[in-house]
Design a protein around this ligand. Structure first.
Ligand SMILES: *Cc1c(COP(=O)(O)O)cnc(C)c1O
Length: 393
């Protein structure tokens, strides 16, 4: 007789998957042979640079790399990360205690609440946001307090609006700049205010800096750890995924407060057994090898950004030009919800754009489009949207 298979409450607590309907429709349209322009997923379409791939191939042939890696990561990778931090941000971190390689930053983000959050502790999570902050917190049994990211506040959370009781009960908070999905950036003053707020309320700050190197117009984001006191309250997650077109490789890292890092390391040592050493060797190559290709990469994204935004602008859409990330966070034209516009774009223009409410309630009224497609495809997308507009008239 079949057993009854029932999901644990922690899985049931995850919010409903809002993209199911779009996924289904997408599969149908592909089956019908339709030419879909998928601006949904944030995954670079360009290849990993050759010198990084060559390093992986070379390191993969070395039998010393075939065994379990150290949980704490290779010495060479940790020290490459520490050197990169000084060079890029002027921030000194101890490669032994203040650096931890991750199997992609999502892995560390998802696991960090398990180290510090008890049942019913509060975790402060931005809304809209990258979903892993919320899922990791739910798995740890947290209550989530959503910090709305509103356009009138430049998509920064209003820390003064958080109830004192909530702030006192909060154990951890996530922030993310340059921001996915809004494309917003923040100044050092916001990080300073965050450090002050965290110190006052005894809150662990987890800053996700996955897009710190994916910028336009020569903009250079600060590290959270540049701010005095930041290392006393928090950590910063980084990823090679977006910077070096390495999403499939699963390699990232976290730096900052040693006690927070050691908690995460403890969780991880019970769950995983490190990163394939050949990938870590390639990570060293990525961080310390030639960076020249990055200039070209950013130029490509910037061209794409301008094509898409200027195109939508000319149709009367309200879209901000992001200074970083490969996301365009467009206001939904009046008369539609996010989901309605998303569906319409898929039906009438065969374009996939993510409805903003999929990232949280405050994402309603927006849709997110990525720049992970060639310029010509984005031009085609604009042309299709224009045609859709013309048909409305
Ligand atoms: C893409 C992304 C990540 C993570 O990526 P990994 O591939 O797991 O390193 C983390 N945070 C945000 C906001 C992202 O968009």
């Amino acid at each position: 007789m079949a057993i009854q298979i029932e999901w644990a409450n922690r899985l049931k607590r995850l919010p409903p998957y809002l993209f199911a309907e779009i996924d289904k429709k997408k599969r149908e349209l592909i089956k019908q042979g339709k030419d879909i322009i998928d601006l949904g997923v944030g995954d670079p379409d360009l290849p990993t640079p050759k010198h990084i791939i060559d390093k992986l191939a070379e390191a993969a042939k070395d039998p010393r790399n075939h065994r379990y890696a150290l949980d704490a990561g290779m010495e060479s990778f940790r020290s490459a990360i520490a050197k990169w931090y000084v060079k890029r941000f002027g921030v000194k971190v101890d490669p032994q205690k203040e650096v931890l390689p991750l199997i992609g930053s999502k892995e560390g983000i998802g696991h960090i609440p398990l180290a510090f959050v008890n049942n019913h502790d509060i975790v402060l999570v931005p809304d809209p946001a990258y979903p892993a902050y919320q899922s990791g917190s739910i798995f740890a049994g947290a209550e989530i307090y959503y910090m709305p990211l509103l356009e009138k506040n430049d998509f920064l959370p209003d820390l003064d609006a958080i109830d004192t009781q909530v702030a006192h009960r909060a154990k951890m908070m996530f922030i993310n700049y340059p921001n996915n999905p809004t494309g917003a950036t923040c100044g050092k003053d916001f990080f300073e205010r965050t450090v002050e707020f965290a110190a006052e309320n005894n809150i662990i700050v987890c800053h996700d800096a996955a897009y710190s190197e994916l910028t336009f117009d020569n903009y250079k984001p600060h590290s959270f750890l540049e701010v005095p006191g930041a290392k006393e309250v928090g950590i910063e997650f980084h990823s090679l995924s977006k910077t070096y077109n390495m999403t499939g490789w699963r390699v990232g890292f976290v730096v900052g407060n040693k006690d927070i890092i050691s908690g995460l390391a403890r969780v991880k040592s019970n769950l995983d057994s490190g990163i394939f050493q050949a990938i870590q060797a390639a990570g060293v190559e990525a961080l310390t090898g030639p960076q020249t290709f990055r200039k070209e990469l950013l130029k490509i994204y910037q061209e794409r950004r301008d094509v898409l935004i200027d195109g939508l602008d000319s149709l009367g859409w309200h879209v901000r030009k992001p200074k970083a990330t490969f996301y365009v966070w467009a206001n939904v034209p009046p008369g539609f919800t996010s989901s309605e516009l998303s569906k319409l774009l898929l039906d009438k223009a065969n374009i996939i754009a993510t409805p903003g409410n999929g990232f949280g309630r405050s994402g309603e009224g927006y849709i997110r489009m990525t720049l992970c497609k060639p310029k010509e495809r984005l031009e085609e997308a604009v042309a299709r949207i224009k045609k859709m507009h013309d048909e409305w008239r």
